[in-house]
Design a protein around this ligand. Structure first.
Ligand code: ZN
Length: 412
């Protein structure tokens, strides 16, 4: 027994740092506002003090970050760590032809790339055919065996039978998510939670056949029953919905976050604002797919990209809570900040984008222990050169990353 305990202790990650750390950047974005001259004191895995001219303990180790802004670690709101860019390998081929071992091996590198880009938390919304591989990935990260962000996982996600993909007219092929509807949907929600889902992901609409537009897949009653089961278990619900009708059903059913929302109209965004339902617009996914189809980025943008931007502007105007999530996996992991730049490009002020990626996402996802630079919160921190309020592109040049008080990327 004694030997077993000693072995277990040896396997645990080392304490983040013996001495407290005093971080001295030029300024701190605390999740809501920029604070010139602030410093941050970290002890163990937590922030213990913030402000100007902190009285740090004598043994505190000073980390100077001259010319840099310190921010809360970014929170990616919508990713698929088990996917990689569709221009290299189409989604169908990833789901049908890649082994789970291969997909997990790639996901390990994706998780590291994401962390090094300053994303210390990720809400990963479905393994897309890789079973519950996210459960093991999350465990390995939590145990300190591989580098990666703190994961909020959805396991397989849920689709109405027949609605999803891949499609194959010759014989039945494995699907990118678990099929369930009616009373079976509630059972499936509960099974996924029991298997490790932190958040329940439903596809509230989809293209029933290739080439056609999206139409609702679940009834109002089905979504409501799934939400009740998830909320009973203390889990949030994220619903993929592009059509205004699926968005309306999801909002009325009390879901926490709607993903995409590209066909949302003023009425449904007003309803979301009234109910406090957040939108994860995933502008970067549409942008990436348009580029894969040959768009060189010049204006005017293709119609699909313009539609995404227009819906996002409508949501902003209606006062919908906005999360920052780009559907990374469609494009390269580690380039997560693309979504932040596209949100700003579509009309969101830089400060609001920074809040969405930090304090906002923490609030929308119910993560009370992170997302701001404040005493008592997890010491998940990043530093970027210059002032991202003035030049948002600084978020693509993350120079320093701390996760739980441990420096995982040091400034040069
Ligand atoms: Zn997605």
């Amino acid at each position: 027994m004694r030997h077993l305990i000693a072995t277990l202790i040896a396997l645990l990650p080392l304490p983040a740092a013996a001495a407290p750390l005093l971080l001295v950047p030029d300024r701190v974005f605390d999740g809501e506002a920029m604070r010139a001259g602030w410093q941050v004191l970290v002890d163990g895995e937590r922030i213990v003090a913030v402000g100007a001219n902190l009285a740090a303990p004598a043994d505190a180790r000073r980390i100077a970050l001259p010319g840099h802004t310190l921010l809360p670690g970014f929170i990616e709101g919508h990713s698929h760590l088990l996917l990689h860019p569709y221009d290299k390998t189409p989604w169908d081929d990833q789901v049908l032809k890649e082994s789970q071992a291969y997909r997990v091996a790639r996901a390990v590198t994706h998780a590291e790339a994401m962390l090094m880009a300053g994303f210390t938390t990720v809400r990963d919304l479905g393994t897309e055919g890789a079973d519950n591989a996210d459960v093991g990935l999350k465990r390995a990260i939590n145990e300190g065996r591989i580098p990666g962000p703190r994961m909020i996982i959805a396991t397989r996600a849920l689709v109405a039978p027949g609605s999803y993909a891949p499609k194959n007219d010759a014989w039945a092929v494995p699907q990118g998510a678990e099929e369930a509807d009616g009373p079976n949907l509630v059972s499936a929600v509960r099974r996924q939670i029991g298997a490790g889902a932190d958040v329940v992901k439903l596809y509230g609409d989809y293209r029933w056949r290739p080439g056609e537009g999206s139409r609702p897949t679940y009834s109002q009653a089905e979504v409501a029953a799934a939400v009740a089961a998830a909320h009973d278990a203390g889990r949030q619900v994220a619903v993929h919905a592009n059509t205004a009708e699926a968005m309306r059903r999801a909002t009325l059913a009390g879901v926490d976050v709607i993903e995409h929302g590209s066909e949302g109209d003023a009425a449904v965004f007003a309803l979301m604002a009234k109910n406090g339902t957040a939108l994860c617009a995933t502008l970067a996914a549409g942008d990436a797919i348009a580029r894969y189809r040959g768009w060189n980025g010049a204006e005017p943008a293709p119609a699909d990209v313009e539609q995404d931007r227009a819906a996002f502007r409508l949501a902003l105007k209606a006062g919908v809570p906005i999360c920052m999530g780009g559907d990374v996996g469609v494009y390269e992991h580690g380039t997560n900040a693309r979504e932040m730049l596209l949100m700003a490009g579509a009309g969101m002020p830089n400060g609001a984008v920074l809040t969405a990626a930090t304090a906002g996402n923490a609030r929308h996802f119910g993560l009370k222990d992170r997302g701001r630079v404040a005493p008592g919160l997890l010491a998940d921190l990043v530093a970027v050169p210059g002032d991202p309020l003035a030049d948002l592109a600084a978020v693509t040049r993350v120079a320093f990353v701390m996760k739980g008080g441990a420096v995982v990327k040091a400034a040069p």
